[in-house]
Design a protein around this ligand. Sequence first.
Ligand SMILES: [Mg+2]
Length: 220
Amino acid sequence: MSDVQQYLGQEAVGEREGIGGMRQLDIGVDLDGVCYDFTASLRHYLVTHEGYDHADLPGGGADDPDTTWEFYKDCWGLTTEEFLTACDRGVDAGIVFGHREPFEHTVETLERLREKGHRLHIITSRSFGTRSHHNTSDWLERHRVPFDSLVFSDHKTIIRPDVMVDDYEKNFRAFMDLGIPCLLYDRPWNRHIPDSGMRVHSWGDVELSMNAFAANLDRL
Ligand SMILES: [Mg+2]
């Protein structure tokens, strides 16, 4: 079975030249930790549906310096099984992948990038519960997140954009190993990765980097 579970608005990924010699890029965009606060949505589900108190679920946030990739274990004391069950139930309750605002400046930056002729390819892993695709599509629509294609897959290199934006070490390295530049969105769980000039700290940084790529794809 294919890893690609859904693909909307598909167009061939390919090289295009825009006005004034600026490249129009195919930009791959991760959701969790880049556009969407997954941890906060899971916390909201546990507090509103499973009887947890906010005090039971400290840290774990995108801006909390002590947050680790396995925040549910290291910050919240959940087992992996408890975490996975909570994710499944949180998705089916319509909260995980559906609740919360996008991170600050996400939508307007994506809009500006698209106005410049760049194409946005959202790729995200969505395997929890029975309605994670539905929640995600609804969330994108509700917050008017612009995109040209949407792919659900655990294997992000299934798309080959000109440049990717991701926060997870595994994906960052996978794209870089393929020679596809990947902007590493700065989060507490990736700060152990040595700086190679690809780290961005905000959507403003992402936009500046995309401008540089569009001017000269081979050099940031
Ligand atoms: Mg992510």
